[in-house]
Write a protein that binds this ligand. Structure first.
Ligand code: PLP
Length: 332
């Protein structure tokens, strides 16, 4: 029997019960400036105020709290230097479950410290992400449970709880704008919204530099893209050539995917700070950026999901000061 790749709204409702005591129901805030500019009511969902600084905490918490007692005792493992690592580390620590986050030795010390600060053990697994993956495979062979960043039913269901919240926060919402990388977030959010409100539109936003889901949709199957430095660093990485859930869910449920330049993303971060008084990372600001760039057709009440706030504060300072920042030049 082959499993249905679609995560259902029932799974999302169940996830909401599971994680209710652990997560924040994050606030929403109407944006006077974006509403004035666009002529439709625009509301921001402030999910960058979630524990660990991003929505990844929701999916990770659902995954951790869904473990069997034996799996709990053996602990969880993930590969991530970013928000998935932070979210999983925090979720596991809150549940009293051992967590190992694997990364390559090329990862900067501040990122290692951030993950350790969330209470995880960091496993420096070699010179590349591939070698880090091999280290994870050994831990899984020894009994630990691998928690993937997006292509996993329990992770998608956890992220989908945001869709239920957003509709309660703004019942009149007509268009929802969601940052898109591997698609766990938008798959869950769109599954929840579309089950609960017919005609609602869900728009994904990625960066031009390395938009793996966008390229995969165009190709009709999961494809790899070259990963490039971007201000939206949490949106980097592939969707997995063996993708099980998010490719078909995004293809079926997402109405449009728009791509942004680095300059447009910078303007999004800048606007969030000066107009909305919010410190948002590039990946979290892409919805605002897409609206400012005029890349989203607006029909009615619109909600933008600010998905994360974990930006290096020195970089943030430069962007909001109006400096032209090209992270590709700096990585070179
Ligand atoms: C992971 C992440 C995304 C993208 O989520 P996917 O489920 O991979 O599409 C967007 N914004 C932030 C801040 C993230 O950490």
């Amino acid at each position: 029997m082959s499993e249905d790749p679609f995560v259902s709204v029932d799974e999302i409702v169940a996830a909401r019960r599971t994680i209710a005591g652990a997560i924040r129901h994050t606030p929403v805030e109407p944006s006077a400036s974006l509403s004035g500019r666009t002529g439709v009511p625009v509301t921001l969902k402030l999910e960058h105020h979630q524990h660990s600084g991003s929505f990844k905490f929701r999916g990770a918490t659902n995954a951790v709290l869904s473990l069997t007692p034996a799996e709990r005792a053996a602990g969880v493992v993930g590969v991530s230097t970013g928000n998935h690592g932070r979210g999983l580390a925090r979720a596991a620590a809150a549940a009293g479950v051992r967590c190992v986050i694997a990364m390559s030795e090329l990862v900067p010390a501040n990122k290692v410290a951030a993950i350790r600060g969330e209470g995880a053990d960091v496993l420096i697994g070699g010179r590349s992400q591939d070698e880090a993956q091999q280290a994870v495979d050994r831990l899984v062979a020894e009994g630990m449970t691998m928690i993937p960043p997006f292509d996993d039913r329990r992770v998608i269901a956890g992220q989908g709880t945001l869709g239920l919240e957003m509709l309660e926060d703004m019942p009149a919402v007509d268009t929802v704008v969601v940052p898109l990388s591997g698609g766990g977030l938008i798959s869950g959010v769109a599954a929840a919204l579309k089950a609960r409100k017919s005609g609602i539109r869900v728009v994904g936003v990625s960066m031009e530099r390395g938009a793996a889901m966008h390229a995969s949709l165009a190709a009709g199957r999961p494809v790899e893209v070259r990963e490039l430095p971007t201000l939206a660093d949490s949106l980097g990485g592939g969707i997995g050539l063996g993708n099980r859930h998010t490719f078909v869910m995004v293809r079926a449920l997402v109405d449009d995917v728009v791509l942004l330049t680095e300059a447009e993303i910078a303007l999004g971060i800048h606007h969030c700070y000066w107009q909305e008084r919010q410190i948002v990372e590039g990946s979290g600001a892409v919805g605002v950026a897409a609206l400012l760039a005029g890349k989203i057709a607006l029909e009615g009440p619109t909600m933008l999901l600010l998905s994360g706030g974990n930006i290096d504060m020195a970089l943030h300072h430069r962007v909001v000061s109006g400096e032209t920042v090209d992270v590709a030049d700096e990585a070179a």
